[in-house]
Design a protein around this ligand. Structure first.
Ligand code: HEM
Length: 94
């Protein structure tokens, strides 16, 4: 679900407000990924969803093949957008 986007109303995955939730993911002692920033975390979550499964959500549910469909530039734009959502500390970048 992405707040404010008509149709992006899925209930299977977490609400995509990484500006609000991203730091919590990175700080989770159970996080074993390689991301050093929320930006990297979003890209990692798309390329390899199983690296960190958000507590309370199912593993092996998020499609693993988006990395084969999206260019590096598209991944970068998606991450910039999602990391701007929900939080107050991170203003959207141009
Ligand atoms: C382009 C489309 C998608 C993007 C950009 C995307 C992005 C993400 C991101 C960034 C996370 C981590 C969220 C967090 O830490 O709060 C996530 C988790 C998740 N996504 Fe997606 N997602 C997409 C499509 C889907 C679809 C189609 C499904 C299932 C029908 C799905 C299911 C899930 C689930 C179950 C999780 C939580 C478990 C986990 O962390 O692997 N996603 N997704």
């Amino acid at each position: 679900m992405i707040p404010g986007i008509p149709g992006a109303e899925g209930r299977v995955g977490p609400k995509l407000v990484l500006g609000e939730t991203g730091q919590t993911r990175l700080a989770d002692p159970g996080y074993r990924g390689r991301a050093k920033s929320v930006h990297e975390y979003v890209i990692e979550s798309i390329l390899n969803p199983g690296v960190y499964v958000v507590p309370g959500y199912p593993d092996r549910t998020m499609p693993p093949w988006y990395g084969q469909k999206l260019s590096a530039a598209a991944l970068d734009k998606i991450a910039l957008y999602l990391e701007s959502l929900g939080g107050t500390s991170l203003p959207p970048r141009p």
